[in-house]
Design a binder for this molecule. Sequence first.
Ligand code: MG
Length: 262
Amino acid sequence: MKVVRYQRNNEVFYGVLKGKEINPIEGELFGEFKIGSQELKISDVKLLAPIIPLDVIAIGLNYKKHADESGQSYPERPLIFLKTTSSVIGPEDKIIIPEAAPDEVDYEAELAIVIGKKAKNIEIDEVSDYILGYTCSNDVSARDCQLRIDKQWARGKSFDTFCPLGPWIETELPDPDNCKIVSRLNGKVMQDSNTSDLIFSTRELVSYCSKNFTLYPGTIIMTGTPEGVGFARKPVVFLKPGDIIEVEIEGIGILSNKVVSF
Ligand code: MG
């Protein structure tokens, strides 16, 4: 099932997408709901970020080949950081190059886990009961702030618009630890990998995070990015106004965002 969040006539709804039609969800996405009979065309609504997360937990250096390209050894445990929820945008929304750090804005294609049920101290074999689904995400990063100027990552990872999510939540992804993941910049493939290269699997991440914080429904865990990011390329590639950056994950869909100036 593909869960969308959309705006129509200035109101926001959840719905279920089938083909090009949406049936509204009646009730609570994280509780009891039924799928309404009214059908809307996807072209008649604006798709929004599929969730407004309570927390955005992100994992650094979680693909073997990305750790290699970054010149770092593999972490012994998941490397957790946070992004602000105010940085979340939806499919087709614009990524704004920030005035405070315009020069080294980079993309990171990531599989994002959407928590469906309050989770605390969950074991790996229990994790599937606590996941609503998966979506595409882009961990947009100002590398100068992240890597050189600041002592930690909060600012460089959290400028407004630095967390595109979408286009929907796929609740029936067959194997989240074996999906092709690609990013394309203006149509050119920049990252082309598979979640099978993850150092810590999606289940390990949910279990580990739940043993450190309570995960509430709607929390997002961004699972890390594969190799091919802009700062590690020779020559480096950073986002500039007019660019289109896409994240595609097999079994979910394509998240596309245009880049604009501040
Ligand atoms: Mg990342």
